[in-house]
Design a protein around this ligand. Structure first.
Ligand code: FAD
Length: 369
């Protein structure tokens, strides 16, 4: 249930082994968070388990199976992390974490940072480091690759199919839409921001998921500037990021406003905050916002995804809480989640980092699992 990147990637992994039906409420899969992302991959992002899942995803996204996509899914886009003088503590902890989990991290002085991104103000940057192997992702190609693979392996995607009722009937879950009822021994809850609602619909205890709104906008760069090879700029304090996107800039104030699950819309105040933060850091005045949007990044309390069978409801499988890393982790997360459903081996690269099924289990939110 849920035709975003989470549901699509797991459906793809399960289709060779089980009969899979993917139900999506909207007319098009990927309409919600998946279609609104900033389309990046960084191994210096999120909790340690997220970093382990990202590392597990990378080989798949770098060299997907034959027929998955017509063009590369990844394009190099180094991320340049910057800090002001008042952000030294945040810088040190970011750098230490990055050195542990990223393949290549290089500390740069302010002059070198400005050389890479010439609009940065020299006096704004105190410290900087570069994650050379971060990349852009082609999100639509990744989503369509999973869905094409699902169909090619005998699975089905049914759009315009909002699940309105869920009930356990003997050994089966029954999920009712306005036109049909589907029955299966395993129900995967990949409802994105709605995952706690889905659990309630099924009489299953929620996990405390909080959808958080994030705003993004496209800004025209200075006339004549070719920004296509510039790095993404990430402020270590989580105040904003800027990324070249099809010859323009994608700008975000890195907002995390708690929200109900909904079709998120941008707020004028968040747009103004983003512009102000970018202009403080750069020798550049934003002349025009070409378009803006918002999407929900959903987190549980420890900000690590939730997947695994619910300890209190047989056959109810959680796949939620991917926060700001659901695209970049999709290949690894779906591989690990499929291993729990199929009873196959847990990925050894996760075990090697002490990341186990318990790390992600919904049981961690239950005092009486
Ligand atoms: C601005 C922004 C920037 C981001 N940048 C990045 C990034 O650079 N890299 C990265 O990896 N991630 C990024 N993310 C995060 C990423 O987009 C999410 O983690 C990911 O899309 C979550 O996928 P999902 O499938 O869980 O959710 P969704 O894509 O929201 O899918 C859930 C689906 O479930 C469906 N659904 C819900 N209830 C029902 C029901 N009752 N019946 C049927 N269907 C239902 C919904 O319609 C929806 O399509 C970003 C997110 C935002 C908002």
């Amino acid at each position: 249930m849920g035709g975003g990147i989470a549901g699509a990637s797991l459906a793809y992994r399960l289709a060779p082994h089980r009969k899979v039906i993917l139900l999506e409420r909207e007319a098009a899969p990927g309409y919600h968070s998946t279609g609104r992302s900033a389309a990046g991959l960084s191994e210096n992002l999120g909790t340690r388990p997220i970093r382990a899942l990202t590392a597990l995803s990378r080989p798949f996204l770098a060299a997907p199976p034959k027929g998955f996509a017509d063009a590369p899914l990844m394009k190099p886009r180094p991320w340049l992390f910057i800090a002001r003088a008042d952000q030294r503590d945040a810088f040190e902890s970011h750098l230490a974490e990055a050195r542990e989990t990223c393949p290549v991290i290089t500390e740069l002085d302010a002059d070198a940072a400005v050389k890479l991104f010439p609009l940065l103000r020299r006096d704004y940057v105190d410290r900087a480091f570069l994650e050379a192997e971060a990349t852009d992702l082609d999100v639509d190609a990744i989503l369509q690759g999973y869905l094409r693979g699902l169909r090619a392996q005998g699975g089905t995607l049914t759009a315009d199919a909002e699940v309105l009722g869920i009930a356990r009937d003997g050994a089966l879950w029954r999920a009712a839409t306005k036109s049909s009822t589907y029955a299966a021994p395993v129900l995967v809850n990949a409802g994105g921001a709605w995952s706690d609602e889905t659990a309630r619909l099924a009489g299953v205890q929620p996990v405390g998921l909080v959808p958080k709104r994030r705003t993004a906008m496209i800004v025209a760069p200075p006339d004549g500037a070719d920004v296509s090879r510039w790095p993404e700029i990430d402020d270590v304090g989580g105040e904003f990021y800027v990324k070249p996107e099809a010859g323009k800039f994608l700008l975000s104030p890195s907002d995390e406003t708690p929200s109900l699950p909904t079709d998120a819309q941008p707020d004028e105040m968040d747009i103004a905050i983003a512009v102000d933060r970018m202009e403080r850091a750069m020798t550049f005045k934003v002349r025009r916002i070409e378009r803006s949007w918002a999407g929900l990044r959903s987190f549980v309390a420890d900000r690590t995804p939730v997947f695994g069978f619910d300890p209190g409801a047989e056959g109810f499988f959680w796949l939620a809480g991917q926060g700001g890393a659901g695209i970049q982790t999709s290949a690894g997360l779906s591989q690990a989640a499929a291993s729990l459903i199929l009873g196959t081996e847990w990925p050894t690269s996760l075990s090697a980092r002490d990341v186990t099924p318990a790390t992600f289990s919904p049981a961690r939110f239950r005092s009486n699992p």
